[in-house]
Design a protein around this ligand. Structure first.
Ligand code: CUA
Length: 295
């Protein structure tokens, strides 16, 4: 199958060409009429009228109906194609919208905000939401698809080239809707397999930062596999340092930004459901270093 974005691009081009030809025809007739019936050629008396010209009326009813029928049939074909008609997906990934981040589940392995898929492989996302309506949209890879609480929608993805593709929640979902960014990382099958194996492994344990994490309120929302932290309200942090950004896109992910984020998430993402947790400077340093080590 073709990548969904390519199929949509082809359809848009065909519809664009049809619309352009109609535009040229209408404008040509207009310019001709202006020239042909200009004031200097005006002959005194009433202009001639044309009434009940049956052939003309049939023509201007049938022509648009025919054009719309062609566009309709092409659209149905494209819709079936981008839904992956006749091509089974090589893998399914569960994607869940949260205010204001994305959860991705590969079987039992959870990650957030950064979706990894293998190149040239049809992948189906099972989309849902835990709170309000979100919409998954990575323009270079495919159409928008709503994420509705209580329902599962499906979206076929297929990428021809490895690389990273950025997207955005496309349905207004509250104050931080704009900071609900998605990054899709398309990798060779071998790179993807080793990424998934790394994500599936538990986090290395031990150290001051882990102690700070486990003794603070962090654990009521976040999970780190390998520790006792098993919260589900916020992103799974088992391999948080492997992701490119913090807070679904608000900050680049390094230890300095992580420390600033932990010190006051509301400064960078006002309204975010992550509260400011009062911590001593030394604890903040240790916590940022610990999270930065979870690759
Ligand atoms: Cu989620 Cu807008």
């Amino acid at each position: 199958m073709r990548p969904p974005a390519e199929a949509i691009g082809t359809l848009a081009l065909i519809v664009g060409v049809i619309a352009f030809l109609i535009f040229v025809g209408v404008e040509a007739a207009l310019v001709y009429a202006i020239w042909r019936y200009r004031a200097t050629r005006h002959v005194a008396g009433e202009p001639a009228t044309f009434e009940r010209n049956q052939r003309l009326e049939i023509a201007w009813t049938a022509a648009p109906a025919l054009i719309l029928a062609v566009v309709f049939v092409l659209t149905l074909g494209t819709m079936a194609e981008i839904n992956g008609a006749g091509v089974a997906p090589a893998m399914r990934i569960a994607a869940t919208g949260h205010q204001w981040w994305w959860e991705f589940r590969y079987g039992g392995t959870k990650t957030a905000n950064e979706l990894h898929i293998p190149v040239d492989t049809p992948v189906d996302l099972d989309l849902t939401s835990v709170d309000v309506i979100h919409s998954f949209w990575v323009p270079e890879l495919g159409p928008k698809m709503d994420m509705l609480p209580g329902t599962t929608n499906h979206l076929r993805l297929l990428a021809r080239r490895a690389g990273s593709y950025d997207g955005q929640c496309a349905e207004f979902c509250g104050v931080e809707h704009a900071w609900m960014r998605i990054r899709v990382v398309v990798q060779s099958q071998a790179e993807f397999d080793s990424w998934l194996a790394a994500q599936a492994s538990p986090a290395a344990t031990g150290g001051d930062g882990e102690r700070v994490f486990l003794s603070s309120i962090c654990v009521s929302c976040h999970a780190i596999r390998g520790t006792t932290a098993a919260g589900t309200a916020g992103p799974d942090l088992t391999h948080v340092a492997s992701r490119a950004t913090i807070g679904a896109g608000v900050l680049p992910n390094d230890i300095a930004h992580m420390r600033a984020w932990l010190a006051d998430p509301q400064r960078f993402k006002p309204g975010s459901l992550m509260p400011r947790v009062p911590l001593a400077d030394a604890d903040l340093d240790a916590l940022a270093a610990y999270l930065g080590s979870l690759r």
